[in-house]
Each structure stands twice: as C-alpha cells, then as structure tokens.
Design a binder for this molecule. Structure first.
Ligand code: GAP
Length: 510
C-alpha cells in the first residue's frame, strides 16, 4: 500500500475513534458518501465556519451574510443551467461493474505523467543543488520532454472533447491510453453517458399535484436570487459581496475518499458583484486573498497549488482551483470563478424581473458581473485534519499520535486535569474549569494516569493542558503544557486565560 493511502486509512480510523467523523446511520451499515460529525468534529467544523465567516463578513466592510433555503423554485435550476448542463460523463467497467467518471480516469492518467516529471525534476534538483536551473531542466531533459509531449497530446484531445461533450471521443481516449479499471484491471468499458448530479424530490402531496423540486447542488443560487433584496435593503454599492455557508447535495457517480467527495456536504461561498469589465481584476484579487486565508492557518505553502481550469463550467469566463496536497495527491479544495453576468442575466430572463444595478458613478443601469469564491467546508476539514495528523516517537521511546490542528481551530482549547483524584485537587480543578469555560471550550478530566490523559488530548488536538497539583493548593499556580512541544511552564492560575487567548486567537493574520 502506498504511504499516503496507509496514512489516510489511519486518519479515517482515528476520526472515528476520537469522535470526529462517523459513517451516517452506521448501525444500518452506513450510507454511501454521507457522514456525521461527532463531538470533536462538530467543534472543529464550527470553528472553521467561524474563521471563514469572520474573514469574509466581519473583516470586509463590503461583504454581508445570507442564509437562504435549501429548497428553491424549480425554475432556478433551469435558469442556472444545472438541469441541462450539471452532468458528469460516466463509464462502467463491464467486469468489475464499477462506475467511474470518464474525465477523472483521464485526469488521473495525466496526473501520473505529471508526477513522473516532478520526480525527475526533484531528483535533479537534489543532485545539482544551488546551481539547479528548474526552467532549463524542464526545457531540455529528454524524459521530461517526452512526458510533457504525451500530456500535451492527450490534452489536445481531452479538452475539446470535454468542452463539446464528445462522449465518443472520451471513450476513445480511454481506450487509446490503455486505461484499465483499478479494480478488475480490465479494459472492458461501456460507452460514456451523461448523468445529472441533482437530487430531486416532491413538494406537496400527490393529491394536490406535487411538484418536482431539487436539493440545491450549490449554495450560490440562493445568493443570486436574493441579490436585489440584499442590494436594496442593505443600500449596497458595487463592488459588494454576499457570503453564505450551507448544505449542498450532489448525486456523485464516484463518491470516494472519505469526506472528500460526498453526496451531502457544506459549502462556504461568496459572490462578489462588480461592474462589467472589472471582473478580471477582482478575479485576481480574490485568487490571492483566498490563498492568503489558507496560508494564515500556518499550513506551509508547498501544500497548496493553483490549477487553471482546462474546461470552464457553463457559467465562467475564468476559473482556478486552489488545490491541496491530500494523502491521495493534489486535489481541489476551493474554486475561484469569474461567472460573468451569466446567472443574474439568466434569472432576469426566466423570472421576468429586472436584476439591474443603477451605477451612480457612470449613471448607467446594468446586470453586475460576479466573481465567486467557493470552498468546501468538509474538504477544508479534511485538509486541516490530514495535515495535522502526526505519529511521533518520543525521547523515552514511547509513541504518540498528535493532531497539530491550528490552535485557533482546535475542538477543545484547554483540558483541566487534576494530577490525582483526591486531596482537594478535583475541587480546585472544577473551580478553574468553571472560570475558564465562559471564554474557551474546556474539558475537565480526572480519570486515568496523567500521561494517558495527555495522550488523549494530543489525539484530539487540544493545544493546552492545565495540570493541578499539590503546589496549586499552596500558591495558586498550575502547569500549562503545550501540545506540540510538550513543554510545561508553571504559571499563576489568573494568567491561564491570557496565555491561552493570545495563542488561540481566531483572528486571521492578514
Ligand atoms: N458555486 C460553485 C461551485 O459549486 P464547485 O467547484 O462545483 O463550484 C465548490 O464546488 C467547492 O465545493 C469545491 O471546491 C469543493 O471544495 C466543494 N465540493 C464540491 N463537490 C463536493 C462534494 N461532492 N463533496 C465535498 N465537497 C464538494
């Protein structure tokens, strides 16, 4: 098993063991690609939402929040193009009976070629050290050149086939590249077909003529249909943004990789309304701003990369993905899309209601253009979690699993631990806990040896453990243990809140 896959399996098991994530309806053997967040997962998820909401809504004067309904008028999805175009090309392997996305099979093949190039480059970089010229090497090394030529050749067929929905050509490409089913190893494929990803349900009872409605596949449309409500009631001038966090639903063909691709998930989206012609400028701005947001969490830059879309969605004139290095490779974490006036224009047409903005500066009315930032909450959770998971061998030879979750996002900030369960230490511990709990999410624990309690807190990413010992009763000091370094300091009890607050501040550092 590859190292990344091995670690990923351990992380999934860890998530369950420590109350981060459980399979949905587990006692009935689960429901494919649907998950529940446990006691620690719910806290971490809420902290990520809070961090995003504050960075977007609170720290940007020209962005406001919204909480729109999941159910929407069915014509919304006609106007948005989702009924027509929100499809994935699927293909089945006749031997394993497994279903795949045809485009993902080809993208995985391309990723393997790119990986070969990167291996070659990093080998040479190590060999030549400071004198290594990355650009020159890529342009002249025969093996890199050969793989690059293969990539270019594949893309020259793949991109137009995807863009023009040439399903036969996608099928042909899979055959020509000799792509085999990862399960059966066979190349016995069906034709490629289109598959709409929206879930539908009925609203009202059959007797009064129930109507077919959809579970929203993105939160963005709730923002578009409320654009004028917010602009008018908030007296907003362009440019301004509307942000929203909420559930979205997609009947994914290949739901896999734990919470990476789910059928029910959460998005954190922001639509930024701008004057037509200024969208490219704002697209660049949001690309950089969003990358700063990710880096402010303290995750190193090399864990991210920006991928420019080969195939643009039906609504976009420019789009990038911010990708994260998950244990199974670089994959999309967030999209930044320049959506033009596609959505507002379409809603104006289908609803017959004007969705124009009167610009007092130019004295013109127009349909605004939109730049959107769209990030998956669950994927952000997964990125933070997979980066945080560390297995360490300590100086005394013992092992620990520690979650280096950014302290500001950690589910529990302080564990209050009386050294022993007697001599008045639990009472003192409770007194400290009761004082801290109004400012921090704390946990009180007095069972088991102190070492075991530290390990449990490390495993859920608690950044600070406060230990109450006999000296505490004499001079009102405690030891404070920092999760990553395991260093302990003795401080007066009245300083605990200040020390922890300074180090767990949720404020983005930019
Ligand atoms: N409004 C634009 C939009 O929805 P998208 O690229 O389809 O764009 C945005 O989705 C983000 O939502 C993705 O970058 C990803 O983080 C998250 N996402 C999409 N599908 C998902 C799924 N099936 N499971 C988990 N997250 C998903």
């Amino acid at each position: 098993m590859a190292k990344g896959e091995d670690i990923f399996k351990k992380i999934i098991a860890h998530c369950k063991e420590y109350g981060f994530i459980f399979p949905s309806s587990e006692i009935y053997d689960g429901l494919s690609a649907v998950y529940d967040y446990g006691q620690n997962g719910a806290e971490l998820k809420n902290n990520i939402k809070d961090y995003w909401w504050r960075s977007m809504v609170q720290y940007h004067e020209n962005i406001v929040g919204l909480d729109s309904a999941i159910f929407m008028h069915p014509t919304v999805w006609k106007a948005s193009g989702h009924l027509e175009a929100f499809n994935d090309p699927l293909i089945d392997n006749k031997d394993s009976k497994k279903r795949y996305r045809a485009d993902v099979l080809i993208e995985d093949h391309l990723a393997k070629l790119e990986e070969k190039i990167e291996k070659e480059v990093s080998k040479a970089a190590k060999k030549f050290g400071d004198s290594f010229d990355d650009k020159m090497f890529r342009e002249t090394n025969p093996r890199v050149q050969a793989n690059q030529a293969k990539i270019d050749e594949i893309k020259s067929r793949f991109v137009p086939a995807l863009e023009n929905e040439k399903l036969d050509e996608l099928r042909q490409l899979i055959e020509d590249l000799g792509i085999a089913c990862p399960v059966s190893g066979s190349r016995n494929w069906t034709d490629v077909r289109q598959f709409n990803l929206m879930f539908s349900t009925q609203m009202g009872s059959a007797s009064d003529g129930a109507s077919k409605i959809y579970l929203r596949p993105e939160t963005a449309q709730g923002i578009f249909v409320n654009y004028l409500n917010v602009q008018k009631t908030g007296r907003k001038k362009l440019p301004f943004g509307i942000a929203q966090i909420g559930k979205a639903f997609r009947n994914e063909i290949v739901a896999r990789q734990f919470i990476f691709r789910m059928r029910e998930f959460e998005q954190m989206e922001m639509q930024f309304f701008v004057r037509p012609g200024q969208e490219k400028e704002w697209f660049e701005y949001w690309k950089e701003e969003r990358m700063r947001w990710h880096l402010a969490l303290g995750i190193p830059e090399e864990m991210f990369r920006v991928h420019t879309h080969d195939k643009l969605a039906h609504y976009a004139n420019a789009a990038v993905d911010i990708e994260f290095k998950f244990p199974f490779g670089f994959k999309e974490l967030e999209g930044v899309h320049s959506r033009t006036d596609f959505d507002l224009g379409a809603h104006q047409k289908f609803s017959g209601k004007k969705l124009q903005y009167f610009d007092p500066e130019t004295e013109e009315s127009y349909v605004p253009y939109v730049v959107e930032t769209s990030i998956g909450l669950d994927r952000t959770f997964l990125a933070i979690l997979t980066h945080a998971y560390k297995e360490e061998t300590l100086e005394d030879g013992s092992e620990r699993v520690v979650m280096n979750i950014p302290p500001a996002l950690a589910p529990v900030k302080i564990a209050v631990l009386p050294l022993v369960k007697k001599d008045g230490l639990p009472e003192k511990g409770r007194e400290i806990f009761d004082r801290l709990k109004y400012d921090f999410h704390c946990q009180y624990e007095d069972k088991d040896a102190i070492g075991r309690r530290y390990r449990r807190q490390d495993a859920t990413g608690t950044p600070y453990c406060i230990t109450i010992d006999h000296q505490t009763l004499e001079d009102n000091t405690v030891t404070i243990r920092e999760r990553d370094s395991m260093k302990q300091e003795r401080i007066p009890t009245e300083k605990i809140a200040g020390v922890v607050a300074a180090r767990t501040d949720l404020r983005p550092k930019h």
